[in-house]
Design a protein. Structure first.
Length: 327
């Protein structure tokens, strides 16, 4: 069985093709990059997707040597995300489904990040640290759903990196550029904000910007910011491990590509006799293959195909609202 996945929640328009064994037949993407110093403009990102959607699809079919009639399932990111962008992927998915009479499956973007991480790393029952530009959640499976044990109270960690990077005049995405500068930095005191199992990043970003404007070096600001926010993530992840008696941690989402985050989580896991996994870098950010794989899991395990009348975007679709029938 071959699933076609369409990802369009934010800056990335991705097409993925994956088979029933989890083998990626093709994964390609086209990424909107906002002007230096600005964030994603939803209308501009959507226009970018309109201009690149068909090109990306044609490239996928050419490289995989498949035709649309060879596809068994059309999966698309239905939410959460930016409505303007979600609408483009959903429209293409509906067209393919109708034109070629293929089942349509609307996929929760967050669930897709979890499942691509699990199939790629072969972990079984992890505490999931889902950290990206749009989400920050500590997740574990229980009682038929992925339960959220902790999450951001304001902006996601990836967004926090981007806000800081823009304020420092760095190019997007912010995370990799902050991490490069952090390697030569020294520690300065910053707020450390954990409330129970939840986290807050806006105050830390604001304090970093203030210190930079007062003359603290960019390297010191980047180093201290990264160490602080990753320490916060590691602390709440350790609490989730203790609470659930699980022995695996999975890092997924765009920020999972950070080597420093992996180092900190790995050290914590070793001290608890647990194992830390991180999704391969090619699948850490948004991609079509994760949508294809999650859609296939859903379809093979009792989820009804998505009716056209139910196929419009769900911009605030939470991870813990999805019934997980495949576990």
């Amino acid at each position: 069985m071959i699933s076609l996945g369409i990802e369009s929640t934010a800056h990335t328009f991705g097409i993925g093709l994956i088979d029933g064994n989890g083998k990626v037949l093709f994964d390609g993407k086209s990424v909107y990059k906002p002007p230096l110093g600005s964030g994603i403009h939803p209308r501009e990102a959507a226009q970018y997707h309109i201009e690149n959607a068909v090109k990306t699809l044609k490239l996928a079919l050419k490289n995989s040597k498949l035709r649309l009639k060879d596809i068994d399932l059309v999966s698309f990111s239905q939410g959460p995300g930016l409505p303007n962008c979600l609408q483009i992927g959903a429209s293409l998915a509906r067209y393919i489904s109708l034109r070629y009479k293929k089942p349509l499956i609307g996929v929760n973007h967050c669930i897709a990040h979890i499942e691509i991480g699990k199939i790629m790393t072969k972990c079984k029952d992890p505490i999931v640290v889902y950290c990206s530009g749009g989400n920050t959640q500590i997740i574990a499976y229980g009682g038929g759903k992925y339960r959220i044990f902790g999450e951001t109270e304001d902006i996601p960690i990836g967004n926090a990196f981007d806000v800081l990077a823009r304020s420092l005049g760095l190019e997007m995405p912010g995370g990799p550029n902050v991490e490069k500068l952090a390697k030569g930095g020294k520690w300065i005191d910053l707020p450390y904000v954990i409330k129970g199992m939840d986290l807050s990043f806006t105050g830390i970003v604001t304090e970093c910007i203030k210190k930079y404007e007062k003359g603290i070096s960019m390297k010191d600001v980047c180093y201290s910011f990264q160490e602080t926010v990753f320490s916060m993530l590691t602390e709440v992840t350790e609490r989730a491990l203790a609470h659930t008696d699980k022995f695996e941690v999975l890092l997924t989402g765009g920020v999972a590509a950070s080597q420093r985050l992996y180092e900190m989580m790995k050290t914590m896991c070793e001290e608890r006799e647990a194992t830390c996994y991180t999704v391969p870098q090619a699948y850490a950010g948004d991609n079509g293959s994760m949508i294809a794989w999650a859609g296939l899991l859903m379809y093979k395990n009792g989820h009804q195909k998505t009716k056209l009348s139910d196929s419009f975007f769900i911009k605030d679709w939470r991870t813990d609202e999805v019934k997980v029938t495949w576990l």
